[in-house]
Design a protein around this ligand. Structure first.
Ligand code: HEC
Ligand code: HEC
Ligand code: HEC
Ligand code: HEC
Ligand code: ZN
Length: 463
């Protein structure tokens, strides 16, 4: 496990936040509500801290989420943001850096609890404990044990002030019993307790101590529903693990509200909680706030995400990763190597958007981000492919060899038969997420650098 210069990062974050807090106020948006006690639920970002920007209309991202939170707060609401785990997707170095920034961001947004998910466990317990300490957010897991002891605290008590009265909240976290294997893989002596058994003890005690019990269940909806019906003392159950969208309509299991978080941070759930004057209730009102591009980006989140990009650059992450051999053999040579013999083709390509794909990353501040380089440069992830602009200045942009295959052999010994292209080649990058409007019939003519069907191509000059 590598923990990188944590103090430097925290110092930088402090600086960034001071800078950001002096910025301009925001434009008005669609968010509406009066003063309330508001539970804000999110989870399962799976590494999506912001939309990539490849297509219009993408939802989500911390900058928009923070704007919503700030707007709700400005209306006098008492906000309780809680997270239900799986902030990251895997255990790569990039995910470690992302976690570092992600938890700092949650802290800035005022999160009061983080329920550990099975993907988080991939980072390892030491790293999670470090992240808990660095962010100051309590990490919860009532049923994750190391020998006889709990790894993280089972719940957190949170006092919320609402119109002068104090509401005592207990927020508990559990992990689905289906993750035994993931727990074992996370470390020797780690074991997963049965959620029901663990809650039987806890809920009884907390029922006395708290006005409101919230259970964060990192479990699918069926298992969460089971917990909701087994423990009527729990007021709110938040479910979250691999469910597609955030459900607009909460389910009621007797008096317990059951909600889910959605995935990839595309929306945030807002549960307004009210008591009448005689403290009966509570009553609930729920809405899924979709984080659309109409929402402004919060400057302090933008600063944090820029810091993340600086960390990727500082670690030279794109150079420091495993690479597979190219599928067709040979070495990548770059689009300029084709120019000498295919001048006309080259000129057409040079005018296409493909030839500006790396510039796009530069203008969006992602020029060193391995998650973007895959589709915006030549041969990234393969041996002899793009590394970074200094090491491989010949391989930026979406070039000839991404479609026609590695060109080294062809350049040395040009032959017919090289580089057949099919729709499947396009679809490796034009995925539903990155290119939802992709239609081969429409897109193919836009990149045409050959004479139409049966027309034959004016072959390479000089042959
Ligand atoms: C899976 C491949 C893939 C990945 C990964 C990817 N992109 Fe893209 N990107 C595309 C494709 C394909 C398009 C063109 C979509 C279209 O027009 O239909 C695109 C377009 C874009 C555009 C719009 C360009 C324009 O001229 O309008 C931006 C901005 C962009 N990507 C940024 C990024 C960033 C930033 C990342 C990393 C966070 C990223 N991309 C990761 C495939 C990818
Ligand atoms: C290695 C990844 C990759 C492959 C393979 C790929 N593209 Fe693209 N494509 C991109 C990226 C990235 C962009 C956006 C470039 C930019 O503007 O920054 C893009 C943009 C485009 C655009 C411009 C869209 C617009 O908004 O005008 C067209 C058209 C296109 N691609 C067609 C194709 C076709 C057809 C294929 C297959 C024959 C293909 N692409 C294969 C990555 C790829
Ligand atoms: C987005 C994918 C894509 C990119 C990028 C691309 N090509 Fe092509 N190329 C094709 C497709 C599709 C054809 C159509 C012929 C086919 O079916 O293979 C083609 C055809 C050709 C042909 C003619 C083949 C023939 O039979 O007429 C040549 C030569 C060629 N490309 C060279 C290049 C060169 C050089 C570059 C870079 C400057 C380049 N291509 C970039 C997809 C691409
Ligand atoms: C030294 C000259 C030369 C260079 C450099 C060169 N080619 Fe070619 N290329 C040729 C010749 C010659 C042919 C065969 C033309 C023919 O007989 O129709 C050809 C054919 C092709 C074809 C069509 C294959 C077919 O079966 O019709 C593609 C695609 C192609 N080249 C792509 C590229 C790409 C991509 C590069 C750069 C990586 C490149 N070429 C560099 C000379 C060259
Ligand atoms: Zn999960």
């Amino acid at each position: 496990m590598k923990v990188i210069f944590p103090f430097l990062i925290l110092a930088l974050i402090g600086l960034v936040l001071r800078l950001a807090s002096s910025s301009q106020s925001m434009r008005p948006t669609e968010v509406e509500s009066g003063p309330n006690l508001t539970l804000l639920i999110s989870g399962e970002e799976l590494g999506y801290l912001e939309p990539c920007g490849c297509a219009e209309g993408q939802l989500g991202g911390f900058p928009r989420r923070d704007s919503v939170i700030q707007q709700l707060g400005a209306k006098g609401n008492t906000l309780i943001p809680v997270a239900n785990g799986d902030l990251i997707k895997d255990a790569t170095r990039q995910s470690e850096l992302k976690a570092e920034i992600g938890f700092a961001a949650l802290k800035e947004m005022g999160y009061v609890a983080y329920n550990v998910g099975e993907r988080d466990l991939l980072l390892g317990i030491d790293q999670l404990k470090y992240l808990q300490e660095a962010s100051g957010i309590p990490f919860l897991s009532a049923n994750l044990f190391h020998g006889e002891n709990r790894v993280f605290q089972p719940f957190v008590l949170h006092t919320a002030n609402l119109h002068g009265s104090q509401i005592q909240m207990a927020i508990i976290g559990v992990l689905s019993q289906s993750f035994e294997i993931q727990v074992e893989n996370a470390g020797a002596d780690l074991r997963l307790g049965n959620p029901t058994a663990v809650l039987t003890d806890l809920v009884e005690k907390l029922d006395q101590a708290a006005d409101l019990i919230v259970l964060l269940a990192h479990a699918d909806l069926a298992e969460s529903e089971g917990l909701a019906s087994a423990f009527p003392q729990i007021d709110v159950v938040v479910s979250g693990h691999e469910r597609e969208e955030l459900h607009e309509d909460p389910v009621f299991i007797k008096n317990t509200v059951l909600l889910n978080t959605g995935t990839k941070g595309k929306a945030i759930g807002q549960l307004d909680i009210r008591w009448s004057d005689d403290r009966t209730g509570p009553d609930y009102e729920f809405q899924a706030l979709s984080l659309s591009e109409r929402l402004p980006d919060s400057p302090r989140m933008i600063e944090l995400l820029m810091l993340y990009q600086q960390m990727l650059t500082a670690e030279n992450l794109s150079a420091d990763m495993e690479r597979e051999p190219p599928t067709t053999g040979g070495t990548y040579v770059g689009s300029a190597s084709c120019k000498g013999c295919h001048a006309e083709v080259y000129a057409i390509w040079k005018e296409s958007k493909h030839a500006h794909a790396y510039q796009t990353l530069i203008s969006h501040g992602h020029a060193a981000d391995p998650e973007c380089l895959t589709c915006h440069t030549v041969g990234f992830g393969f041996q002899t492919g793009f590394v970074n602009i200094e090491t491989t200045p010949n391989l930026p942009d979406m070039g000839c060899e991404n479609c026609h295959g590695v060109g080294g052999n062809h350049v040395k010994n040009p032959q017919k038969g090289y580089g057949q292209v099919t729709q499947a080649d396009c679809l490796t990058c034009h995925t539903t997420q990155n290119s939802p409007k992709f239609d081969y019939e429409v897109y193919l003519p836009k990149i045409q650098h050959w004479k139409g069907i049966g027309g034959g191509y004016e072959t390479a000059k000089g042959f």
